[in-house]
Design a protein around this ligand. Structure first.
Ligand code: SF4
Length: 279
């Protein structure tokens, strides 16, 4: 289950799904209720950006999760890590490891000028790579999330090669097609068609697959993933009978009738169909 621990953020990503969603400051009682009341073992600490809160508060939150035997996914854009004292970072990583957790770092491009266009943060690319290197030096487990949008989809194969070139820095990648909510709902031009993205995404997955680098995909239907449809996170969840919020944001359409993947797919995103009306 996802919990935003702050609404503060130092970036203005064009795809930000948290934009205008809430204005929250961390509330201890509310958070305790949250972790006490849900049975999900995984707690996703989100924002804003969790590195925008004070180090002591972040350590406190991690300790609360440890007390409840939760595994933590800590979502971040990675650019504020370098502002934290290295001893504090070591403690954060130590606590994350105790939860079997990992850092989920949003990396929008392999290229600094595209990164700037997407995130709006000057020198953001070099800051986040430096941050990732520090986490890596202290033994953190890192997952990369790459939000596919109009500005970066044609570079997916190059992004895959970039991941491989630096594969000691991260453990796996999740490709996440941009959601039509938050800031993207005001900038619909950044949402490409599934069919435009598909060949680039399949080529990127081919590259990673050949090199045994783990990858997963979400928010683009199975029928656009070629032979890699089993790498869709919903395919795995549906096969395991896992229920959750993920089914509420997607819906199969008329065109899905008769599809051989029907029972393994949750369909296109509802916000995507509102824009393009069809697959
Ligand atoms: S069920 Fe629909 S969205 Fe899913 S793979 Fe088939 S045609 Fe595509």
């Amino acid at each position: 289950m996802i919990y935003p621990i702050t609404s503060k953020c130092n970036q203005k990503c064009i795809f930000c799904s948290a934009y205008n969603r809430y204005n929250c400051e961390f509330n201890i009682d509310d958070f305790k209720n949250f972790i006490n009341s849900n049975n999900d073992n995984l707690v996703v600490l989100s924002g804003g950006d969790p590195f925008c809160i004070s180090p002591s508060l972040l350590l406190y939150i991690l300790n609360l999760c440890i007390e409840k035997n939760k595994t933590i996914e800590l979502q971040t854009n990675g650019s504020k890590i370098i502002d934290f004292d290295e001893n504090i970072l070591r403690k954060i990583i130590f606590l994350m490891k105790r939860t079997n957790g990992y850092f989920n770092i949003n990396l929008s491009s392999h290229n600094k000028s595209i990164d700037l266009k997407i995130t709006g943060l000057k020198n953001g690319f070099s800051k986040r790579i430096k941050g990732i290197k520090i986490l890596n030096k202290f033994g953190a487990v890192i997952r990369v999330t790459h939000v596919i949008n109009k500005l970066n989809y044609k570079y997916l194969p190059k992004f895959a090669l970039f991941l491989l070139k630096n594969k000691n820095l991260w453990s796996w990648v999740q490709f996440s097609f941009v959601k039509g909510i938050g800031r993207a709902s005001e900038n619909k031009y950044i949402i490409p068609k599934y069919s435009e993205v598909s060949p680039y995404l399949i080529e990127a997955m081919e590259i990673l697959n050949k090199n045994n680098f783990e990858f997963w995909v979400d928010h683009i239907p199975l029928c656009f993933l070629g032979k890699f449809y089993q790498r869709h996170v919903d395919y795995v969840k549906i096969n395991k009978g896992i229920k959750g919020e993920y089914v509420k944001e997607k819906k199969k359409i008329k065109k899905c009738r008769g599809c051989s993947l029907f029972k393994f797919c949750s369909g296109p995103r509802i916000d995507y169909i509102k824009i393009y009306r069809n697959l």
